[in-house]
Write a protein that binds this ligand. Sequence first.
Ligand code: UDP
Length: 313
Amino acid sequence: MRVLITGGAGFLGSHLCDYLLERGHEVICMDNLITGSTANIAHLAGHERFLFIKHDVTNYIFIEGQLDAVLHFASPASPIDYLEYPIQTLKVGALGTHKALGLAKDKKARFLLASTSEVYGDPLVHPQREDYWGNVNPIGPRGVYDEAKRFAEAMTMAYHRAHGVDTRIARIFNTYGPRMRLNDGRVVPNFIAQALRGEPLTVFGDGSQTRSFCYVSDLIEGIYRLLESDVTEPVNLGNPEEMSILEFAHKIIALSGSRSSVVLVQPQDARVRDDPKMRRPDITRARTLLGWQPQVSLEEGLRRTIEWFRTRI
Ligand code: UDP
């Protein structure tokens, strides 16, 4: 396949580049580098089946020659990133998805949207199944991301229904691993950096909110299986092992051999407004339709991630 990955220099995008190249595909990686980084793809420079194009996909995308798949992964994806880039986040989800779909239609390429568990908002149904419509505050600080991704899903289904584009929608739950930005503000890099520096781990609120963390290699395998499948309905991809953020903090302290303590903090800012109180994917659909489920345990995944961060702190 000849594949375009938008957001290809980001955390997930760059792992996807590696995965596809290893399987013999040709990869065009596109990124405007506002949250992505060339450091994530530096090892691919000079690879004969790899091409990097710096471009903002909210503008018309031109690719010469045929394409078999467009994987649309471009977007700020951590709460502090989309709080810093609210307009860009809305634009890449809306205009960027439109451009990427237009390209897929033109090239008769398969299209895969990287959607998110944030489409469920602060969910009132637990665990979250794909047929749950969500509970999103459109005008809250997270609304810029959540609504952009909800619009992107709607646009994807419209291109599928109206133009017959062969589309896929992955609803990606919290994923972690090497190449997360140390300062992207998410809980995994924050806690690991704090643990390795011997600083207190900052648990927001009372720490009873839950998340379920998926190791990046599992997630990428799920994306590939979805791409290869014929499933046009959205599919949750994530690890159903759920825990409270407080528990998670203690796990990171133990696994990193740190002497850090845990502090409960109440940020008076947008980072915690509308913070989902619980999140866990129901992955029945992925299990039955893709034969996929996570293989890497949280302990193993965190060990690998901690080792990666250790060399960078
Ligand atoms: N969180 C925390 N301390 C931090 C960063 C995040 O307690 O230093 C919490 C945050 O309030 C949320 C959870 O960890 O409940 C996951 O946050 P993250 O930013 O990783 O992603 P989200 O799942 O909210 O998109």
